[in-house]
Design a protein around this ligand. Structure first.
Ligand SMILES: NC(=O)c1ccc[n+]([C@@H]2O[C@H](COP(=O)([O-])OP(=O)(O)OC[C@H]3O[C@@H](n4cnc5c(N)ncnc54)[C@H](O)[C@@H]3O)[C@@H](O)[C@H]2O)c1
Length: 316
């Protein structure tokens, strides 16, 4: 049994990761400031003997004793990370410095939840890890994109300078139960709009594509990456390479939810990438990993979650 710290563990991905780690018999410490995460995501674990939940902001130093660290703390959706952009950069950069400092003191292995946003609006398609990206340093998404890029730099400098045992995973769009209902991300947006019978908003003409990975698949990639041999640092892309247009996604959601929603078009937001698709060759080779859950099955689980949430009135 390892003592494992999960920062951002009350969020969408973090809470699923805590579940998997507890189920594997580990002792889990979840640290979160509840900016976008919620105790509700972990309510079913609060009485577990090997689970602890600590309110803490990772921009401040943390003194705990653990064997491994998953650093997930950071708002991930544009509405949330643009709400307080300075805090977003601080969370990525100061958060990384604090967690790397902790890992250094403890000689603990540390995994960074990075993002496909480090590729920006890419000219290369699909994106392999060797691609350096095309990121606007002064736009409204930069607090997140550049914050995450700087966090990666810090991870690799700690590895080179202090021989830290690091792992970096670049996560592509992931969806599933426990996504925030008001986070403005496309899958949750479409589902919530369809369940409420509201119009479904498509930005631009809907021909821009995205790939969507179901949460269970993504968590499996994080766990496998953490268990790779020392010296294998990544970065490794984790995501589903199967692409859909926004229009196709909206139609699939409508078909599964039923109801009377119509599709309406709005202008594209600033710096919205036209296309994003992971090249997962490295994850296949080094982690023996590839996504298993198809879009329709994943959407059914996610729709069931949001239906229950809206019925409770928690998504209002
Ligand atoms: N979900 C995706 O599609 C996706 C894609 C790429 C990268 N990621 C990365 O994965 C991680 C988790 O994303 P998510 O989708 O679960 O988002 P989320 O917003 O649900 O979870 C982030 C968690 O971090 C917490 N947090 C934010 N700032 C904090 C701070 N300063 N101190 C402590 N806790 C803080 C939030 O309260 C929340 O619980 C993030 O680092 C994100 O950048 C997610």
């Amino acid at each position: 049994m390892d003592r494992i710290l999960v920062t951002g563990g009350a969020g969408f991905l973090g809470s699923h990761l805590c579940d998997r780690l507890l189920d594997a018999g580990h002792d889990v410490l979840c640290v979160d400031n509840f900016f976008t995460g919620s105790k509700r995501n972990l309510a079913h674990r609060l009485s577990h003997p090997y689970f602890e939940l600590m309110r803490h902001d990772v921009t401040f130093p943390l003194y705990v004793e653990v064997d491994r660290i998953y650093n997930l703390a950071c708002p991930a959706s544009p509405v949330h990370y643009q709400h307080d952009p300075v805090q977003t950069t601080k969370t990525s950069v100061h958060g990384a410095i604090n967690m790397l400092g902790l890992a250094k003191r403890l000689k603990a292995r540390i995994l960074q939840a990075s993002t496909s946003e480090v590729y920006g609006d890419p000219e290369v398609h699909p994106q392999p890890e060797g691609y350096w990206g095309r990121v606007n340093p002064v736009g409204i998404r930069s607090c997140y994109d550049e914050g995450k890029r700087c966090a990666e730099t810090l991870f690799f400098d700690y590895q080179r300078q202090h021989a830290l045992d690091i792992k970096v995973v670049r996560i592509f769009n992931t969806y599933g139960p426990r996504m925030h209902p008001n986070d403005g991300r496309v899958v949750s947006n479409f589902i919530v709009q369809a369940l409420r019978g509201d119009d479904i908003t498509i930005y631009g003409d809907g021909s821009q594509t995205r790939s969507f990975c179901y949460v269970d698949d993504l968590i499996e990639a994080l766990l496998r990456m953490m268990d790779t041999e020392a010296g294998f640092t990544g970065p490794v892309n984790a995501g589903n390479p199967v692409e859909f247009t926004m229009l196709e996604l909206a139609e699939k959601v409508l078909q599964l939810v039923g109801g009377r929603s119509r599709l309406v078009h709005k202008p594209l937001p600033e710096d919205d990438p036209r296309q994003r698709q992971p090249d997962i060759t490295l994850a296949r080779d080094k982690l023996g990993w590839q996504p298993k859950v198809g879009l329709e099955d994943g959407l059914k689980e996610t729709i069931a979650y949001f239906r229950a949430l809206l019925q409770e009135g928690a998504g209002a």
